[in-house]
Design a protein around this ligand. Sequence first.
Ligand code: UD1
Length: 425
Amino acid sequence: MAKFLIRENGPLHGEVTISGSKNAMLPIMAATLLTDGKCQIMDVPRLRDVDVMCNMLRRIGADVQEDYDNNTLYIEATEITDNEAPYALVSKMRASILVLGPLLARTGRARVPLPGGCAIGARPVDLHLKGFAALGAKIVEGKGYVEAVADKLIGCNLYLDFPSVGATENIMMAAVLAEGTTVIENAAEEPEIVDLANFLNKMGARIKGAGTDTIKIEGVEKLNGVLHNVIPDRIETGTFMVAAAITRGNILIRNAVPDHVKPVIAKLKECGVVIEDCLDGLLVRGDVNPLVATDIKTLPYPGFPTDMQSIFMAFLTTVQGTSNVIETVFENRFMHVAELERMGARIETEEDRKAMITGVEKLKGAEVLATDLRAGAAVVLAGMVAEGETQVSEIYHIERGYERFIDKFRALGADIERVEEKVKE
Ligand code: UD1
């Protein structure tokens, strides 16, 4: 098992280039199953999650060629040989369930295993299945799995109980080959939904309204292979913005899309960070003003992203004053609080949804865990400004979702290395 060793560094300085978006990439890869044509995807980030999706597509019958020298993937699903998202892959990566919509649309059948025999109504995929049912699929609950089966999908009007990103994507992918028109109301509005819709429209789909809460999809008979460049990763962008702030540094973030990180820009500015739009991205300066507390509340896009909550909280532990953080999108997304407390942060939580953070003079290096992908990034950033050495274990979470994570930080002046952890006797 590998871990990161981080020693306190001074302010980070320099330039960094943002990679392609993980969360745009994964649904787009799944969408390639909708055609027997060849798709070429460019600006692909090299990540564990992308590897898992490559394996998933191969299991289903697609030919996947990786050309990482050019950040490109070629995917051709001439034939579908399996209609199931295997448990081994679904349990590794929740986004594996994004193959269900395309499988159902292309073959009339899609099966997903359910851990511990949970019922159809259980939270993780209930909105996805409700959408498939509205399109006319029969939902069959078997022993440890759920299957959606349809001779033909028929366009429908449906309202999502919550603007789930994955459910919007899955239903959109199923509806593009349905007969007639589908309208998804209370749809998720994330930039990744727009990128997926652009990809599908290039393939020949007819989707309007992606990026708003109402998406209209006119079904078509067939889709074609296409070439597509994936959008830059807005959460990686936000991570480097916060890195400039927490280290009181000065970072030029290239290939950033300012429109995609508006709430992060607004909140950092409230704290005193100076942010300027440049030709090719954003200049973020934490070295101009004394930095102070603010409050954040996570919400579906265009609200403050839940994926930035832990990272922003790490920063708030270092500013003057008291900040409040409210998490509304996920339950139990405060695992990083205990890790930050190990480093000397002062945080009080209420019902695992609210946190009150009082800035401290100095964090202290400690042995901590990357409890998930973004929580991992949060403790790494905290480690950069903590006195002494911080050891971060379980870094596979971080490597799932950040391309060349430590190389990019080292180039900005971070003192971080990856070491193999000795197995305890
Ligand atoms: C996506 C992102 C993830 C991000 C999240 C919210 C990808 C690959 N992942 O995840 O990084 O944190 O959006 O911005 O794009 N829910 C249900 N029933 C469902 C589906 C979801 O109750 O059928 C609930 C979830 O438990 C959660 C909330 O809805 O509480 C949001 O989930 P959702 O928007 O679906 O997130 P993902 O698509 O899984």
